[in-house]
Write a protein that binds this ligand. Structure first.
Ligand code: GLN
Length: 481
């Protein structure tokens, strides 16, 4: 069974009767069992996946109505709720938490007959960019298992890249879909804020985060967006996208489109291989008829500081609910007064989450808010203005997704500031609410480099067309696993 096919190829092959959902899903589960010991993408495997695939086959055989996914195996980041299954956020705090309801994205995929092969690893509560902050141990990069796969949706990227599923859902607060997509050579999409419902996504910094698809091709992402988007009464930040079809006209090309190269994202600190891949991408885009020139977005220099101030503040408030009353774990509470009780409860969190919660308690507090939190919000609004201004002149912006190549597991784990700086190219679209995509672009010394394209608010459809155009110029070797 060839598992190395795209989502759309899978659907075609099932429709034509070349393969059955059961065969494909069971081969997928076998592969996970065979190789995931080396990669650790999965936290749980769905024991009913093959049975569910058999039911899809039965519907096909009986000529009943079948959903658009035709039993396609998808992995789900472990901060997205699937009813009656564990949702741990890769934290010991939620070790035994069984979700009582389906996230909206899960209901939508179920309606379309997708099959969830399992829940995948992540940095605890989505805080991080290497998947090393998972309380259950790191995931490994399938291109070289000594290296980090990126994060926080590392398990999602690994599972797609290593053919342990056809597609995955991750979440992106400051790059968590695009960063691992770049490090593992998959497509990763951060939609316009509000395009996909967050209902059932366990919040980290809800004012800027989005669920996003991770796939092998841009067309597969467009296909999934068609399923995932839409207004949701359970998430009042969702927007009406007018039922756009993201797949139609995807091959429209980028002839005559204007593309701005973000200078602040290709300057100091960029790896030379990443820079040369970026220059190469620019000349390919020009070859396709796009007009590229330099653009400066001055506020990028403050974006990481602003991002971490805002997200820590939201995390401090979002994670306050883990007080061991509504969620938590058993321990004898006798003898604790309030402060020592809370400290005891919170000691279940890993070091990164604790760091963010302490920061998140401090930066918005009385006497400090003006200096930190409010200033960070000002940067956010100035940055958004600059981004909107840039999109008056350009259809798209371009920058490498991550300024550096994947690094070794353990290399930066004790240096949080060095880790924070790796986010410099991804946080801008979260802070400004605009869409962005990372596509596999190059392999340098056996390690992937992803290229990022960005578009204005609600311009998701044209962004996918541009990404598709660039994707047609790329030919990459197969993952060595
Ligand atoms: N690295 C960023 C952080 O730790 C991004 C995480 C994310 O997008 N969830 O906050």
């Amino acid at each position: 069974m060839n598992l190395k096919i795209s989502a759309l190829e899978y659907i075609d092959q099932v429709k034509n009767g070349q393969i059955s959902a059961e065969e494909f899903v069971s081969a997928t589960i076998d592969r996970i069992k065979k190789i995931d010991g080396k990669l650790h993408a999965f936290l749980q495997i769905n024991p009913d996946a093959v049975e569910q695939a058999r039911k899809v086959d039965k519907k096909i055989k009986l000529g009943e109505k079948v959903g658009a996914c035709f039993g396609m195996p998808i992995s789900i980041k472990d901060n997205i709720c699937i009813k009656n299954s564990k949702t741990t956020c890769a934290s010991k705090m939620l070790e035994n938490f069984i979700a009582p309801y389906d996230a909206t994205v899960i209901s939508k995929l179920k309606q379309q007959d997708a099959i969830f092969v399992g829940k995948v690893n992540m940095d605890e509560f989505a805080m991080g960019l290497t998947t090393e902050f998972s309380a259950y141990g790191p995931s490994k990069n399938p291109w070289n298992t000594d290296y980090v796969p990126g994060g926080s949706s590392g398990g999602s990227a690994v599972s797609v890249s290593a053919f342990e599923c056809v597609a995955s859902l991750g979440s992106d607060t400051g790059g968590s879909v695009r960063n691992p997509a770049s490090f593992c050579s998959t497509v990763g999409y951060k939609p316009t804020y509000g395009l996909i419902s967050r209902y059932g996504l366990i919040s980290y910094a809800n004012s800027i985060e989005q669920i996003g698809p991770m796939t092998r091709t841009v067309k597969d992402t467009a296909f999934l967006l068609n399923i995932l988007c839409g207004l949701d009464t359970n998430d009042n930040t969702t927007i009406d996208n007018g039922n756009q079809d993201y797949l139609s006209e995807i091959d429209s090309g980028i002839e005559g489109k204007k593309i701005g190269i973000i200078q602040e994202m290709i300057g100091e600190g960029i790896d030379s291989q990443v820079l040369s891949a970026t220059k190469d991408a620019i000349s390919k885009l020009e070859g396709l008829g796009a007009i590229c020139d330099n653009v400066s977005i001055d506020m990028v220099k403050y974006s990481v500081a602003s991002y971490y101030t805002i997200t820590a503040t939201e995390a401090g408030s979002n994670l306050a609910r883990y007080d061991n009353i509504r969620y938590g774990y058993e321990f004898p509470v006798e003898g604790y007064e309030f402060n020592s009780y809370i400290s005891k409860v919170r000691s279940k969190f890993g070091p990164e989450v604790i760091r963010r919660m302490i920061l998140g308690g401090f930066v918005p507090s009385a006497g400090h808010a003006g200096k930190y939190f409010l200033k960070a919000l000002k940067v956010k609004s100035k940055l958004t203005k600059e981004v909107n201004q840039a999109f008056k002149k350009y259809d798209f912006l371009i920058a490498p997704t991550v300024p550096v190549l994947p690094f070794k597991i353990g290399e930066k784990i004790n240096d949080p500031v060095a880790l924070f700086l790796v986010d410099i190219n991804t946080v801008m679209s979260n802070l400004s609410g605009t869409p962005s995509i990372s596509i596999p672009y190059a392999i340098s010394n056996g390690l992937p480099i992803g290229m990022q394209l960005l578009a204005k608010h609600r311009d998701d459809k044209s962004l996918l067309q541009a990404a598709r155009a660039l994707e047609t110029t790329v030919q990459l070797p197969e993952v060595p696993i």
